[in-house]
Design a protein around this ligand. Structure first.
Ligand SMILES: NC(=O)c1ccc[n+]([C@@H]2O[C@H](COP(=O)([O-])OP(=O)(O)OC[C@H]3O[C@@H](n4cnc5c(N)ncnc54)[C@H](O)[C@@H]3O)[C@@H](O)[C@H]2O)c1
Length: 277
């Protein structure tokens, strides 16, 4: 019960990583406020937490809508004296290089992944400052550290989340508000399964199995991560266990970002495979 009596707000908690964060937080004693654009999923997670005996409230809402966020925060404060933990988790991805990506899609990806962090913090930091206490956890991505082909808006937004985390850490550390960031690697969630589904329309099962296995081989731990494993890292930052972490950027990717050391080995192997040796 590492979050006993804490009020925690998790965005995008209707599915994937956010869902597991909400459930784990509730199991650790937090009252969990869920915001999600998906009514059905958000309500389902809220009800699940209640069925387990936990506390949860669901607000349907779009994290890019400033008025909606303001109203939600005001409503939370009618029943609670603090918001102790904020997890900025909601995110979307849009595939296509700069030429293929429309301006509308660029704006939407930047708004959902990055502007939302600004909006949520803008409305909640004053509450945390008054209470001289708070923990903000931003969910970025390894793609915000490395840059990756075909997702320019996502790269830019997630990179922005990392530097915004550091800014918040510097500006608000003196009020005992800690801001930290997690960069997940390849985590099997609805976001990723939708990408797989798209390819499975073109490729048969044998090809899909090969692709999946190849991805796993690229990761030093030889498997994709789970949403629960990310949730456990978020719990660390949310709790007093990380009391001296502020502005920390934690990569949780099974070692993938260290994987480039094996580039030579991989190239040699690929050469022999291509030559049929
Ligand atoms: N899955 C991965 O491999 C991976 C890797 C790195 C980073 N991330 C990041 O982790 C976070 C969660 O990803 P996920 O894989 O669980 O995604 P997901 O698509 O499975 O779930 C995202 C949730 O956010 C909600 N959401 C989307 N737009 C919203 C909006 N405008 N307002 C409110 N809610 C909204 C969705 O309805 C959904 O419930 C994202 O920020 C994502 O970029 C995921």
């Amino acid at each position: 019960m590492r979050l006993r009596n804490k009020v925690a707000l998790v965005t995008g908690a209707g599915a994937g990583i956010g869902r597991e964060i909400a459930i784990l937080f509730a199991r650790n004693g937090a009252k969990v406020i869920i915001i999600d654009i998906d009514n059905e999923n958000g309500l389902q997670v809220c009800n699940l937490i209640k069925q387990e005996g936990g506390h949860s409230v669901f607000y349907p809402g779009d994290v890019t809508d400033s008025n909606s966020i303001r109203n939600i925060v005001n409503s939370i404060l009618e029943n609670n004296s603090s918001i102790d933990i904020l997890v900025n988790n909601a995110g979307i991805k849009s595939l296509g290089n700069i030429e293929q990506l429309s301006e509308e899609k660029w704006d939407r990806v930047l708004d959902v992944n990055l502007k939302s962090v600004f909006l949520l913090c803008k409305h909640i930091v004053p509450v945390m400052r008054r209470n001289r206490s708070g923990s903000i956890i931003n969910i970025s991505s390894v793609d915000g550290l490395t840059g990756k082909a075909n997702i320019p808006a996502y790269n830019a937004a997630k990179g922005g989340v990392i530097t915004l985390t550091k800014n918040l850490a510097v500006d608000y550390g003196k009020y005992n508000i800690r801001t930290n960031c997690i960069c997940p690697g390849f985590i099997y969630t609805p976001m990723i399964s939708k990408e797989f589904e798209k390819y499975s329309k073109t490729f048969n099962k044998e090809a899909m199995d090969y692709i999946f296995k190849r991805i796993e081989e690229e990761i030093p731990l030889k498997r994709l991560g789970s949403a629960v494993e990310i949730a456990k890292s978020v719990l660390f930052f949310a709790s007093d266990d990380s009391s001296y972490c502020n502005g920390s950027i934690l990569v949780v990717d099974g070692g993938k970002m260290c994987g480039e050391v094996s580039m030579l080995e991989r190239s040699v192997r690929d050469y022999f495979v291509n030559k049929g040796i």
